[in-house]
Design a protein around this ligand. Sequence first.
Ligand SMILES: NCCC[C@H](NC(=O)CCC(=O)O)C(=O)O
Ligand SMILES: NC(=O)OP(=O)(O)O
Length: 323
Amino acid sequence: MSLLKNNKFTTVKDVADIEGLMGKALHYKSNPFVDKDLGENRKIGLLFLNPSLRTRLSTQIAAQNLGMEAVIFNVDKDGWRLEFEDGAIMNGSTSEHIKEAAPVLGSYFDILGIRSFPTLQDQEEDYREGYLNAFIQYCGKPVISLESATLHPLQSLTDLITIQEEAAGKEKIKVLMTWAPHVKPLPQCVANSFAEWVNAWGKAEFVIANPDGYNLSVEYTQGATVVHNQEEALQNADFIYVKNWSAYEEYGMMPGLHADWMLTNEKLALTNNAKVMHCLPVRRNVELSDEILDSSNSIVTKEAGNRVWAAQAVISELLKMNS
Ligand SMILES: NCCC[C@H](NC(=O)CCC(=O)O)C(=O)O
Ligand SMILES: NC(=O)OP(=O)(O)O
């Protein structure tokens, strides 16, 4: 039985068995090379339209642990500028249409991973996931999201296994996702995705705290308790997931800077000695204080280390589905 429902990995909705996939990731953590022949003679193409440290390296390592060859291509810097619009008269700055580029890439690789951030200009356009969906439509191969306009599923699977490891069998845990300040508008995707996965997992009391004006789309938060008072939300939290995001309603805007939402030791004292998580990269002393990041409560680097095992579980399932 496959742990995936669909021949792609772009949302928790593509997963048939969340606990099974988490278990598989943790199994790989203990036995990284147990399936080292599974991907023999197969190739994964990792396509980036935006920067990345963790995703590109952890996914490459995960593929190599399965015996695959991983090729990274920075589409934004090294490829032709792509056109996505149907019927476009290409007499401007775009040189190649996705209708040619995607099937060509599909012919070179067995699996494709794609990172494409939102523009934060047009909510409707970003939430339609035009880039990701065009690749899926035209490449003819299974696609893994390496962070799209609205979601970051490899990050969220990682976050759940990290929580499971740290909770160490504790029955009732409270997970708080809190908005944090930032200097520029960031996508909602990491926060949407974490909410989508924690809600689908259903094993935690889940609270989201954000200032007025920063509510996420209910499509992802449904099931969580959304509050606007951070101190109240911090009470008895076992895990604090820290993330900035720009406004969803007043799309891509920053309706208030709220520097006082940065987590400090004083605030951490309100919690159940909570572990602090962040997807990284993090801006020190803007999003999270030095005193938290340098304390034993911070598990951010351990969390990033777990990215390998989440990616390995997903690639392994896709290899088996397409063997
Ligand atoms: N892939 C992990 C997060 C990516 C992105 N962060 C950023 O763009 C941070 C940029 C900066 O701090 O300059 C985000 O929040 O969605
Ligand atoms: N957390 C994460 O996706 O990091 P990168 O942007 O460095 O890949």
